[in-house]
Design a protein around this ligand. Sequence first.
Ligand code: ZN
Length: 100
Amino acid sequence: MRHQRLLRGSLLERPKFCGKPGCKCTKGQPHPPSLYLSRLVKGVVKQVFIRAADHERARRQAKSYKEFRQTLRRWRAIDKELNQIWEELETAQEERYPFE
Ligand SMILES: [Zn+2]
């Protein structure tokens, strides 16, 4: 596992319209989208605005977080399967007493 920082949550993009009259965004050409970090805090969805200067880093770390979670899910599935196999092995090898 590479050493990397993980930004928990998911990123939301919102098209940005400044509203200034005559701006290209009023003619269907929005500015680069605003970015928000959306995450669950104590059961409530919180959205935090991300500064433009942090977009690249936030995207990279949010992607790493997503990949980390996927790997963790896979790991847990394998762990569960292995556990099942061990349980079955135990049952299959269990001796009865008195011996037959
Ligand atoms: Zn504009």
